[in-house]
Design a protein around this ligand. Sequence first.
Ligand code: IMP
Ligand code: MG
Length: 180
Amino acid sequence: MSIRENIKEVLISEEQIRNRCKELGEEITRDYGEAGVTPLVIGLLRGSVPFLSELIKYIDLDLQYDFMDVTSYEGTKSTGDIKILKDLDTSVVGKHILIVEDIVDTGRTLTAVVDLFKKREAADVKIVSLLNKPSRRVMRIEPDYNGFDIEDYFVVGYGLDFNQHYRGLPYVGILNDDQY
Ligand code: IMP
Ligand code: MG
C-alpha cells in the first residue's frame, strides 16, 4: 500500500516548494553577497534534509554545510533548553551561521540553538525555515527567511514526519484524521 493514500490534502506541492527555494536561495545569495560573507549552513536533523538539499542549489556562494541533531525539552517554557544528540563537526567561532529548519512551531528549538551558537561566538546567526506556524509561537523568534506560513495543521512530508514516517514524500501534506 502506498503511504500517499493516508494524505488527505497536498498543502504545498513539489513545484511550489522548488519555486520558493529558488526565491529564497536568490535572496540569501544577494544578502550574504552584499555583506561579503559566506554562510556556514547548519541543517537540523532530520527534518531539514530535503529542504537543505533543494535550497543550496540556488545559493550561489562558497558555502559550507554541517548537521546537528537536537531535541527540546518539553515543559521548560522559559529557558528553551535543548539536548544535543549530534553536535557539529565544524567550529562556529566567527562564522556567519544560517540554520536550516523544517518548521518553526513554538520556537523553543530554534531559540535554544540560536543561543547556543551565540554562546559559541558565532559572528552572526540567521534562520531559514521551510514552514512557519505563527499561531503556535511561545518564544519570541521569527525565521529571517521563510518558505510558507501555514495554519495550525499537523503536516508531513518533505522531511517532516509523524512517528518517523512520511519524511520521503515530495510535498507537504495533511494526514487523514484516522492516522493519528
Ligand atoms: P518547536 O521547538 O516547537 O518550534 O519545534 C519545532 C519542531 O517540531 C520541528 O523541527 C518539527 O520537528 C516538529 N514539528 C512541529 N510541527 C510539526 C508538524 O506539523 N509536523 C511535523 N513535525 C512538526
Ligand atoms: Mg525538527
